[in-house]
Write a protein of this length. Structure first.
Lengths: 130, 298
């Protein structure tokens, strides 16, 4: 089952953080169709947030038709966001790991690595659009 | 949905000093309400009025539709944890539960015992020997086991270390999820309130400066950054809360329900902590202006 966490310094609204964490887990294939999300009580008992925040996040996920609430039982994943590309994740992750190691050996710190990745990502996207 | 606390023109005076003035509030039920403000702002006075430990000098206050402490039934519907979560140090944990059972007609002993068990407290332990966090949990257990509709907590976590604070809030939020109880808690730890509260009241210098659902308040406030400009020239639908200026740049915190159309501004969202601090700062500077100057100009 997925476990949520909250970053109070991110500037992202708490309910949105939960939505994003579910979407990410669906994309990465960590959550499958039929999986149960933790109950509101379980979430608030773990990360000490307002129950309405969790309800709001679950409502939004329901509205996006990613989960469905079964009254009295819980909230379940109805659809996954991962696709055929998931099988490519493993090799790509390995390659990325090797690239990261190379970058570290070259003396780049975390900040430079992130900046380099973002920058390259952005210019590649812009090339695609153009 | 009825109001859990409904105050009109409420005031409390100690001798010649007003601890709370012209407090008009309507807090809807089903919220976790954060009451924030600097020390001495009147937070405890407001909460003590709400539980009937104090009676108003001016105005009225109704809690769950009735005057506070007007009947045993009314008292039974309100749970209260006073500042520093007091317990009886010479009494054991089990004694506290027995006391709670005797004093509260709506006491739920199963809930109380389950909670003590969940907390891992030894029923024979004297309360005075418990850690600060455990004493706070015991005080919360007593307030929750009477099955209140409204739980009022005065600075419940102020004296606790971060871990005990988190554990206290976890249990509190679990209670809210389970029992659908409304909560009003005072604190000056905005980071904690940001997690747990969905309704905010800012109280400064014995007055309510701001009150409303957190989401609504955050949506109405914006930070404008742009070329230096006199805040007085902003459109009338933009209320200036706070402004600061450098030689070339102005940063202005405004409140508005309308879209911001002026393209000269970079508009940023405002976090809860910044919002609270801005209102506290605004009230403090107004208080300074109101005070007669004593020739301190240099």
């Amino acid at each position: 089952m997925i476990e949520f966490h909250l970053d109070t310094h991110s500037g992202v609204a708490p309910y949105l953080q939960i939505v994003q964490q579910v979407r990410r887990a669906l994309k990465l294939g960590l959550l499958h169709e039929g999986d149960q999300l933790p109950t509101v009580k379980e979430v608030v008992a773990r990360i000490a947030i307002n129950p309405n925040t969790v309800l709001k996040a679950y409502r939004e996920l329901e509205h996006d038709e990613l989960v469905a609430a079964r009254p009295g039982i819980g909230t379940f994943v109805t659809r996954t966001l991962s696709d055929q590309s998931l099988s490519a994740h493993g090799p790509l992750r390995q390659e990325l790991g090797r690239w990261l190691a190379k970058a570290q050996r070259a003396g780049l710190d975390d900040e430079s690595i992130e900046a380099l990745f973002r920058d390259t990502f952005r210019s590649a996207r812009e090339r695609d659009i153009a | 949905m009825s109001a859990v606390i409904d105050a009109a023109g409420l005031g409390k005076r100690y001798g010649r000093k007003w601890a709370l003035t012209e407090c008009t509030l309507e807090i809807p039920s089903g919220h976790v309400v954060g009451l924030v403000g600097p020390n001495g702002a009147g937070k405890s006075t407001l909460l003590n009025l709400a539980v009937g430990l104090l009676s108003p000098t001016a105005g009225t206050i109704n809690v769950l539709g009735e005057e506070p402490a007007s009947s045993p039934e009314q008292l039974g519907r309100v749970g209260f944890v006073a500042q520093d979560t007091p317990t009886f140090s010479a009494l054991s944990v089990a004694d506290h539960l027995r006391l709670g059972a005797h004093l509260n007609p709506t006491w739920d002993h199963t809930v109380a015992e389950a909670r003590i068990d969940q907390l891992g407290l030894d029923p024979n332990q004297k309360a005075g020997k418990l850690s600060g966090g455990q004493q706070a949990q015991l005080a919360l257990t007593l307030a929750v086991a009477k099955r209140p509709q409204l739980l009022i907590l005065d600075e419940p976590v102020a004296s606790l270390d971060p871990l005990a604070r988190r554990e206290f809030l976890q249990i509190l939020m679990e209670t809210v999820a389970e029992d659908a109880v409304s909560v009003v808690l005072s604190s000056h730890l905005v980071a904690d309130l940001e997690r747990v509260c969905d309704y905010l009241i800012v109280l400064v210098a014995s007055r309510v400066q701001l009150a409303g659902p957190v989401e609504e308040l955050l949506a109405q406030h914006h930070r404008l950054i742009g070329e230096r400009r006199d805040p007085a020239t902003l459109p009338s639908n933009q209320e200036v809360i706070e402004s600061s200026h450098t030689e070339r740049q102005s940063t202005i915190l405004i409140r508005t329900t309308d879209p911001i159309l002026d393209p000269a501004w970079t508009v940023e969202e405002v976090g809860l902590e910044d919002l609270v601090l801005a209102y506290m700062g605004q009230a403090a500077s107004l208080a300074r202006q109101a005070r007669p100057t004593l020739g301190l100009l240099t």
